[in-house]
Design a protein around this ligand. Structure first.
Ligand code: AMP
Length: 417
């Protein structure tokens, strides 16, 4: 069945076997659009959010091409990704899709110990077909001079907007200075702000092909809702929402700070929910362990900071709760955690009055108004009016809309490698 639908791409049969094993029966829209262009050898700038099948959109044609002339003696492709979690995720997809092809790959990210550094060095020296790396760590290896990248065919930047937001621009440019100019570059980004276009100008060949998959809309099938709630009552509201909701298979709660993640986890633990957390105070191995438990449904709920909001492939998330209102682009990504492929999900955002202006930005980006739900009994009434009037002390009817005070979305990413 797979062969029929993917057959237009004329992949090697080994790769078809991988597709069949993965259960992919037909290409997603991004795959449909991007794969032929990549096969033609064009550079590409692709705008697609997570959940659209974008990873396979670049992996399938590169695995196929590499498989046709695989010497195994040098590095054929480098994928740069913003976080370790995403790098590992991509590596796992290479393993799965390329299982029957004999392709080798390795994820390289920061925070690993000396033994792993030696292992990474070995792979980079001897050649592994596909290296998936976070920018900082890759750069430190490149600077040491042993990376076998002279015959590199493909450079892929995944979640390029995220990497720029995390301050990786200079690292990316330095990495590229080590790589051969004669290569095919694929730039994937969830959004296309001017800085991405500028980056594309610098690193892609002129007139790259463009592929665009409805970036400003959240994934189809996701129901969205929001509550206006005072910030000191948000945890209580979460407890209230989840009470008796054992039927939700997987629940992912995002908060913007480590301390909020800890408080929410503590509160839900106290209510005897099967909950765990991922935040940057945890060691990489602990984070991976928690993610595994969440993926295999040993724990029902995961409370996490932004680290896991993009790119991490967890299927069947039935409910996403945004404890804080995220930046508009992050919102689209987070909501993309549900309704992956063909599932459907629910995303609920808790908005305190201070965050109203930010939520308006989200609604503008997704071009729809998210329904606001009535608070249950026992919660304080939320009055948005003061904020609407620029923090004057007037008291009047409920309003909607806020003063623009957008302060950007810069965070201190402890996890950059
Ligand atoms: P991504 O956007 O790359 O994070 O992929 C989202 C999810 O879709 C992942 O779980 C993939 O395994 C899955 N996926 C990718 N391509 C296909 C396909 N052609 N058919 C079904 N599922 C797919």
């Amino acid at each position: 069945m797979s062969e029929e639908n993917f057959s237009q791409f004329k992949f090697n049969s080994d790769l078809f076997d991988g597709l069949t094993a993965m259960g992919f029966s037909k290409p997603t829209p991004i795959q449909q659009q991007a794969i032929p262009v990549i096969q033609e050898g064009s550079d590409i700038i692709a705008c697609a959010q997570t959940g659209t099948g974008k990873t396979a959109a670049f992996l399938l044609p590169i695995i196929d091409t590499i498989g046709k002339s695989n010497s195994g003696k040098h590095i054929d492709a480098i994928v740069i990704a913003p976080t370790r979690e995403l790098a590992l995720q991509i590596d796992q997809q290479v393993d799965a899709l390329g299982y029957f092809t004999g392709i080798s790959s390795l994820a390289i990210y920061g925070g690993t110990d000396g033994v792993e550094f030696v292992q990474q060095k070995k792979a980079l020296t001897e050649g592994a077909n596909i290296i998936i790396a976070t920018p900082g760590k890759l750069l430190s290896h490149l600077r040491l001079g042993y990376v076998k990248s002279k015959q590199l065919q493909f450079l892929i930047l995944d979640e390029a907007d995220r990497m720029l937001d995390m301050g990786f621009h200079d690292d990316i440019m330095k990495i590229i200075s080590f790589l051969p100019k004669d290569r095919q570059t694929l730039l994937f980004s969830a959004t296309m702000p001017p800085k991405i276009r500028q980056l594309a100008k610098k690193i892609l060949k002129p007139d790259p092909a463009e592929v665009n998959i409805a970036i400003s809309k959240t994934a189809d099938g996701v129901l969205q809702a929001a509550y206006y709630v005072m910030s000191n009552e948000k945890i209580k509201l979460i407890e209230n929402m989840l009470d008796g909701k054992k039927s939700y298979k997987s629940i992912l709660i995002f908060a913007s700070t480590r301390s909020d993640v800890k408080s929410i986890t503590r509160a839900l633990n106290a209510k005897k929910f099967a909950v765990d957390q991922i935040q940057s105070d945890l060691e990489q191995s602990e984070r991976e362990q928690v993610l595994r438990k969440f993926k295999n449904k040993t724990i029902q709920m995961l409370v996490a900071t932004d680290i896991v909001s993009r790119g991490i492939d967890i299927d069947d998330i039935s409910l996403i709760i945004n404890y804080n209102v995220p930046g508009a682009e992050d919102y689209v990504h987070r909501v993309g955690r549900t309704a992956r492929a063909e599932n459907t999900g629910l995303a609920i955002t808790l908005i305190d009055p201070e965050e109203n202006y930010k939520f308006k930005k989200i609604e503008k980006l997704i071009q729809q108004e998210v329904p606001k739900m009535q608070l249950p009994k026992g919660f304080s009434k939320v009055d948005l009016t003061e904020r609407n009037r620029g923090y004057s002390s007037s008291k009047s009817k409920k309003g909607y809309g806020g003063k623009k005070r957008f302060s950007g979305n810069k965070k201190n990413y402890k996890n950059r490698s």
